[in-house]
Design a protein around this ligand. Structure first.
Ligand SMILES: *Cc1c(COP(=O)(O)O)cnc(C)c1O
Length: 219
């Protein structure tokens, strides 16, 4: 056991009580993921269903699995079997497909709504002001349960540049929570990566997705 375990232990010590760590594990091997788990990581984030399938085959339910990538319709069936949460729902069509596939296997899938807080045209996610409408639309689906919001924000070199996007997402989160939509529990606010998680936590994140600081630079 080496650096990955030490990194995980250090970050887990550093994040405040009530903030959960998702180790963002794209491109990492099962061995690397198990080392993070040995350091105390409880949740693994994966961006690709196929890659998740192969590490899941080795690791199984020793950790929780969050989907944090862009989910294609033809991958939903497998995703619903593997993942404990899908953080990146951004349309009623995708929510409907997850709902259908989850009901077929008797599962209720917790989902987060992905917010395009940077209002970037090429990025996935819904605009902050459209989140409540989408949530109302899908709140009656019995195979999913909306549990909060997720955002990436524009890529930024400096963490402070991310702060306005985190603030806007938190405001949307609080507004939706205050609306008290039936069947919706606004519990998770997933924001912040290696370079920005401290700012994200200051702005209310209680789920942070960290890759590089745990596993090292991606090759
Ligand atoms: C890769 C990734 C992260 C983690 O990024 P790092 O900068 O390596 O910490 C977080 N969220 C998502 C959606 C990612 O794809």
């Amino acid at each position: 056991m080496g650096q990955i375990k030490l990194n995980a232990e250090r970050i887990l010590k550093e994040v405040p009580f009530g903030v959960e760590l998702v180790a963002a594990a794209k491109t990492r091997t099962a061995e690397e993921i198990l080392e993070a788990a040995a350091g105390g990581v409880k949740i693994i984030g994966e961006n690709y269903v196929q890659e998740a399938s192969s590490v899941f085959a080795v690791i199984g339910r020793a950790v929780k699995w969050h989907f944090i990538g862009h989910l294609q319709k033809n991958k939903v069936k497998t995703a619903v079997e593997i993942f404990d949460m899908i953080e990146t729902v951004d349309s009623s069509a995708l929510a409907g497909e997850i709902d259908k596939r989850a009901r077929a296997i008797g599962k209720v899938m917790p989902v987060l709504i992905e917010i395009n807080s940077g209002r970037e045209e090429q990025k996935s996610g819904v605009l902050p002001e459209d989140a409540a409408g989408l949530i109302r639309e899908i709140s009656a689906f019995t195979g999913i349960r909306v549990a909060g919001l997720m955002t990436m924000g524009p890529l930024a070199g400096d963490a402070e540049d991310s702060r306005p996007y985190f603030i806007e997402t938190r405001k949307a989160f609080e507004g939706i929570r205050a609306a008290g939509i039936s069947g919706v529990e606004m519990k998770y606010l997933s924001m912040g990566m290696t370079n920005s998680y401290k700012v994200a936590i200051e702005e209310g994140a209680n789920l942070v997705r960290i890759g590089t600081a745990i596993f090292g630079e991606r090759k």
